[in-house]
Design a binder for this molecule. Structure first.
Ligand code: COA
Length: 470
């Protein structure tokens, strides 16, 4: 295990957390953070620090971090900026390993000197800093929600790193409502010390994270080359999906005044992402669509994709999307076609897309999926469904999950697109809960598989480069 990993364990798996500035007053940031830590069921010890209180939310409060009769791994700091440096010094003396500095009023408003001083203190004592100017950190495997965002988070394997505070908080709530499971949420703020690349490096080795998502506004000047180097290594281990804000000229100006980071020409970022294998999404929806695919299904081993549908129209839409996004559709052999023919009415089509027709019932889908899973010609499966009165979408969803589980050892990714609006929502939810990435349109399923294939290709290219160097 790397030194970075050990050090950052204090951030994600702390044995004890002090909340400095834990307030007695509901509604204040220091109160909310403490309440979230307690309510989400943090497994370690919790120490509120507030010189004016003896007890907060049922926990004994200490006048300063130095008075805590125990080791403190992580200190969350939520007191005004002018008091932070003294408290950081105390944390250093106490042997705190990592500071999570919520407080605003540092580099982002031109107070660079205080921010540099904070980093100096941290270096002196060997502490790491997350922030300042952040909404906190959450890591679901530790049941740690040290944020002033929503109290609830769904457990899962997607790590989410956000350079925007408000958007990060909003997406915490959004992922909860959308039933998207997260391993972590990390607010980056001013990145005085820890930055996006280092945190990603931690997740590359984290056994609870399968995919890393990042909302990025900009890198700090002079860190571009390092970003590419680190992200190439990270991408080799886990997929990284990024949304980079400030694509437009006006957007770039807004970024500059928001976090003070370098938005730069968009093409430069685009090139950096391509070089490092980082997958660029253009909307939040797209980012989490792709992330769910990686979180639930294996990375494709091959390119040959089959589409199974009960509607010719959605099959054609998926075919168009496949061509546009770069998903090669397999041309079934005569042998495969004859096996597929047995799964459908005589007027169906065993060509790809495989059209089971509007008359298809659960058994037709199950049989066709069995053929696809068992065929050496097929690497990836997209299953599509159009709402018909003769096939209940939830029944179909249950059958799909059953077949997919039965063939999990084959390592073939399966993604689903269900069209039918409100009528198919429950089925989509059922599939996602059971780790089949499912979407309300064929295009979103195809786009997610296309991204998995892009990742597969990049990884293979990198591995080859490594081999030829070795
Ligand atoms: N050690 C511990 N506790 C201390 C303290 C010290 N040295 N000095 C003060 N406190 C206590 C206060 O008594 C108060 O507790 P109380 O409410 O029970 O009296 C609590 O810590 C908070 O201090 P207060 O002075 O009331 O500050 P505040 O809550 O008004 O503001 C911040 C503190 C950090 C929230 C504020 O400075 C800030 O930065 N807000 C912006 C945060 C933000 O948006 N971050 C970025 C998000 S993306």
């Amino acid at each position: 295990m790397s030194i970075l990993h050990e050090k950052l364990d204090a951030l994600f798996k702390p044995r004890s957390v002090a909340v400095i500035g834990a307030s007695r007053k509901p509604g204040k940031i220091g109160y909310t953070i403490l309440k979230n830590i307690i309510d989400y069921g943090f497994k370690g010890k919790i120490y509120p620090v507030n010189p004016a209180a003896t007890e907060i939310l049922g926990h004994k409060a200490y006048p300063s971090v130095l008075d805590i009769p125990d080791e403190v791994d992580m200190a969350v700091i939520a007191i005004p900026a002018d008091k932070v440096l003294d408290v950081a010094e105390q944390c250093g003396k106490k042997g705190v390993k990592v500071l999570v500095v919520i407080t605003s009023g540092f580099g982002e408003v031109g107070n660079k000197e205080a921010e540099e001083k904070l980093v100096e203190i941290a270096r002196k004592y060997g502490m790491r800093i997350l922030g300042p100017n952040i909404f906190g950190i959450a890591y679901t495997p530790s049941r740690l929600n040290a944020t002033f965002g929503p109290p609830e988070l769904r457990e899962g394997s997607i790590a989410f790193i956000s350079q925007s505070g408000a958007l990060g908080i909003a997406l915490m709530g959004w992922t909860y409502m959308e039933e998207i499971g997260l391993s972590a949420v990390v607010s980056m703020g001013n990145m005085a010390d820890l930055d996006v690349a280092e945190v990603s490096e931690y997740f590359a080795e984290d056994e609870n994270t399968r995919v890393i998502t990042i909302y990025l506004e900009g890198l700090k000047p002079g860190t571009g080359k390092r970003f590419i180097e680190i992200m190439r290594k990270v991408s080799l281990k886990k997929p990284v999906i990024v949304i980079k804000a400030g694509r437009s000229k006006r957007g770039a100006m807004a970024v500059a005044s928001h976090t003070g980071s370098l938005a730069g020409a968009d093409q430069v970022y685009d090139a950096a992402f391509k070089q490092s294998g980082v997958l660029r999404a253009y909307t939040v929806e797209e980012m989490f669509d792709w992330a769910r695919a990686f979180a639930y299904q294996p990375v494709p081993k091959g390119e040959r994709t089959i589409i199974i549908t009960n509607g010719g129209g959605v099959g054609v839409l998926a075919t168009d999307a496949a061509e546009e996004y770069g998903v090669p559709l397999l041309v079934p052999s005569e042998e495969l076609k004859s096996k597929l023919r047995e799964t459908m009415p005589w007027f169906g089509s065993p060509r790809n897309p495989v059209d089971l027709t509007g008359q298809a019932g659960v058994e037709n889908y199950v049989k066709a999926l069995e053929v696809a899973y068992n065929s050496d010609e097929v690497d990836n499966i997209i299953v599509l469904y159009c709402r018909t009165a003769i096939l209940d979408p939830l029944e179909l969803a249950k059958a799909i999950v059953e077949v997919a589980n039965k063939h999990a050892d084959k390592g073939k990714p399966l993604l689903a697109g269900l069209v039918g609006g409100r009528d198919v929502y429950e089925a989509i939810r059922y599939l996602n809960r059971n780790k089949i990435p499912a979407y309300p349109s064929p295009e979103r399923a195809v786009s997610s598989l296309a991204t998995m294939l892009r990742y597969k290709r990049f990884r293979e290219k990198l591995l080859k480069e490594h081999e030829s160097k070795a």
